[in-house]
Ligand binder design. Structure first.
Ligand code: ADP
Ligand code: MG
Ligand code: MG
Length: 209
């Protein structure tokens, strides 16, 4: 199988399905320590991407990531929208003029996650999506550099993502709406970390098949 944007419609469908399937659970998480709109925000973004999926499928990855970032930026309000938009726009910028094999992608992805940190003025350990994205980006780079087979890399990333979500449970939120709760933010998984994990697991499943 070649990993080209022709996969994009299938990937988006898989993301929509996993977010729909976990909508209630994630909404409860965002209600507990946020404002409860996280699923709605993501669904808006994913629906906008589905509308453009046919066009995105015809692009190269750099153009596709740029288009994905701009589409998410326009469609989604909320912290998660601007952070995911940043991820894809910076991914496109860093991947530009590079040969995109898995090692090249992993470099560009790690830089894009760094840009999300800057945009959110946040880092790992603050109970956000970064507690999933950062360890996943680091693991991807290590495994790609070591030349591991794709299926093995994807399984490892799904595991790393699941550990990242679980780690947010006992963290004190210091960024985003959950930070308004202070100590009361402890004991709940972060909604944005959970959806990042769900989407990574869904992407891994599509790419494995
Ligand atoms: P909002 O908080 O504006 O309602 P969402 O509910 O869509 O937006 O997204 C909330 C999620 O965004 C949080 O669960 C967290 O994972 C992530 N998030 C919020 N603020 C930040 C930040 N400064 N840095 C990184 N991630 C953040
Ligand atoms: Mg919210
Ligand atoms: Mg909101």
């Amino acid at each position: 199988m070649s990993l080209t944007p022709s996969l994009f419609p299938e990937l988006i469908q898989a993301l929509i399905e996993t977010i729909d399937a976990h909508a209630e659970e994630v909404t409860e998480l965002d209600q507990a320590i946020g404002d409860g709109d996280h699923v709605f925000n993501l669904q808006r973004g994913l629906q906008a991407l589905r509308e453009h999926a046919g066009e995105i499928a015809t692009l190269d990855w750099v153009a596709a990531w740029q288009k994905i970032g701009m589409t998410v930026m326009a469609a989604v309000g909320g912290a998660s929208g601007s952070l995911y938009a940043t991820l894809f726009i910076v991914l496109a910028k860093n991947a530009k003029d590079k040969l995109i094999d898995l090692a090249g992608f992993s470099d560009a992805f790690l830089q894009a996650v760094e840009a999300v940190k800057q945009r959110g003025k946040s880092d790992v350990g603050e109970k956000t999506m970064l507690d999933v994205l950062v360890p996943v980006a680091k693991a991807l780079r290590e495994l790609a550099a070591a030349g591991k087979p794709l299926a093995e890399i994807l399984d490892s990333l799904s595991l790393v993502a699941a550990e990242g979500v679980e780690a947010t449970r006992d963290m004190l939120a210091t960024k985003g709406r959950a930070s308004f709760l202070g100590e009361r933010s402890k004991g709940h998984i972060d909604a944005g970390a959970k959806t990042a994990q769900l989407m990574i697991a869904a992407i891994a499943e599509v790419l494995k098949n």
